[in-house]
Design a protein around this ligand. Structure first.
Ligand SMILES: [Zn+2]
Length: 525
């Protein structure tokens, strides 16, 4: 898609200006301007990144791990990488992950007292209804298990609403924005307060409670459980994930579970609170796929020359949640990485180290694919016994924050990479990349490298409708992707990978972490 790209002439002029004006040698770190010119030229004039995103979303999305769709998407991606001349394209199995799941039909309508269609989606891995079912809704808002027991024998054939309507605040802030110069400057400051962010208190305990409640509803013959959207207040875009237990076919049964737009849930709940009965019709057809319980990572390479046994990796998670098409989470990252390796191949730049692309699955369930790979290639996090690959990895670059333009890198506390990255960034300043922060970012696959003492990095991206809107929502679709941002991101990633592949040394590392659990238990997780 070149229609919205920079004019060829304007781009060439910009590149020339930069080449004339900027001092390139930053410290002793070498920057190859000729290679950057070729990378920019390929990435801006002959971009394929939006075409890739189109196939990963419109055609093969969503890509829930172990669903039939993600396998088709993976076959498509592997074929495309081979077409581009990427070597060693393969799908490496890891597992067990658990069974696959797909939704094949979904309708949800309130029939009375006033008919209206619900904006609603099935949770992943939840069962469907047995064809079309019609039932009365009932509020079952309980404090504890004792109160829940009082409902024994009263819920057969009902549709349960287990929580009160949510209070919804108006939206005053924009859902998407660019980082300002001040935001970026603030980000560069060393944080002095303890940064460690822990999850909500007793997250596991609350998960257990939810599971026990669902199992009770299933035993009582409840037809379905409705839940309100998570209160992100998203005007019809609702965040839907799925219960992890049901990936195991032997787990105790749970009822169909449906997330309903906050406002629609509220309307049903408020009607019931007025003692007016509400009848709902549902038809949810979900299918489990037990053919294989293992999942896979997609890998491919550009072989290096004199340092071919050393590796630079670039990657992103390929899997998504199931209600949209996983455009910003994370077709954007996967397509940017595929495009970056395509650019490196097509531009004909020479690289000393081998460049390896990895598209992970199972990220949404806990970085499972990346962690399985790290354990096999680099180190067991429990014992920190190192595998041969550990000494050979120059670095890993990851993208997983939606469509937003890359503005810099989170250095993950690794101060020694500052002069290197700062040199590599200089010729990318004119496409918006200017910022290094010592801070960490988490919750995605570079963590699988960082936690075993390897230099794994995630880029800083503009917050464009991601956490506020598209992340894990039914509206995470192609339209949420910005082509200019995607082209810039692929060029930036290709430039970083190119320089990591050609510098004399591997990227500097932090101190090796201590074993997490020196005597690991033998219980499978
Ligand atoms: Zn993601």
């Amino acid at each position: 898609m070149n229609a919205r790209t920079l004019q060829a002439g304007a781009l060439a002029a910009a590149l020339l200006t930069i080449a004339a004006a900027e001092p390139w040698a930053q410290g002793s770190e070498r920057v190859d301007l000729d290679a950057i010119y070729k990378i920019k030229d390929e990435g801006f004039q002959r971009s394929q990144v939006m075409d890739t995103i189109g196939y990963l979303t419109d055609i093969h999305g969503p890509r829930l791990t172990n669903s039939p769709n993600i396998r088709k998407a993976a076959d498509w991606a592997a074929a495309r990488l081979k077409e581009w001349g990427i070597a060693g394209v393969r799908q490496e199995l890891w597992g067990p992950f658990g069974r696959g799941w797909s939704n094949e039909k979904f309708t949800a309508n309130v029939l009375s007292p006033q008919p209206f269609p619900l904006i609603a989606f099935s949770k992943a891995w939840a069962p469907g209804t047995n064809g079309i079912v019609t039932a009365d809704a009932v509020m079952v808002v309980v404090e504890d298990e004792e109160e829940l027991k009082e409902w024994t024998g009263k819920l057969r054939g009902k549709i349960v609403l287990p929580s009160k309507p949510l209070a919804v605040k108006p939206l005053f802030d924009p859902t998407g924005r660019r980082f300002t110069e001040k935001d970026l400057a603030d980000m560069q400051a060393q944080p002095v307060a303890a940064e460690g962010r822990s999850g909500p208190p007793n997250f596991q305990a609350s998960q257990q409670r939810t599971r026990r409640r669902m199992e009770f509803f299933a035993r009582e013959g409840v037809l379905a459980v409705l839940e309100p959207g998570n209160g992100r207040n998203d005007h019809g875009a609702i965040l839907v994930t799925g219960p992890r237990d049901l990936r195991d076919a032997k787990a105790a049964p749970q009822p169909p579970q449906i997330v309903v737009a906050t406002e629609h849930y509220g309307r049903i709940a408020r009607t019931l609170e007025k003692k007016i009965p509400v009848t709902i019709e549902l038809n949810v057809q979900n299918r489990y796929h037990d053919e294989t319980l293992d999942s896979f990572n997609i890998l491919g390479e550009l072989p290096g020359t004199d340092k071919a046994d050393e590796v630079v990796m670039l990657g992103a998670h390929f899997d998504s949640w199931h209600t949209g098409t996983g455009a910003t989470d994370n077709a954007s990252g996967s397509a940017a990485m595929m495009e970056a390796i395509r650019i490196l191949k097509a531009s004909g730049v020479k690289m000393r180290r081998t460049v390896r692309l990895a598209l992970w699955t199972g990220e949404e369930q806990g970085l499972l694919g990346a962690r399985a790979y790290a354990k096999q290639q680099f180190a067991d996090i429990d014992t920190m016994q190192l595998k041969p690959g550990h000494a050979k990895l120059a670095g890993y670059f990851n993208m997983d924050n939606g469509t937003g333009a890359i503005r810099g890198v989170y250095m993950q506390g690794n101060e020694a990479v500052r002069p290197i990255f700062s040199a590599w960034m200089a010729p990318l300043a004119n496409i918006g990349m200017t910022t290094l922060t010592i801070r960490n970012t988490g919750s995605t696959d570079h963590v699988a490298f960082d936690e075993v003492g390897l230099p794994g990095f995630q880029f800083i991206q503009d917050p464009v409708e991601y956490s506020s809107h598209s992340h894990h929502s039914n509206m995470d679709l192609y339209e949420r992707i910005q082509p200019e941002d995607m082209m810039k991101n692929a060029v930036i990633i290709a430039s970083f990978v190119y320089h990591a592949a050609n510098r004399d040394e591997l990227l500097p590392r932090k101190t090796l972490p201590k074993p997490r659990n020196p005597r690991p238990t033998t219980t499978p997780q």
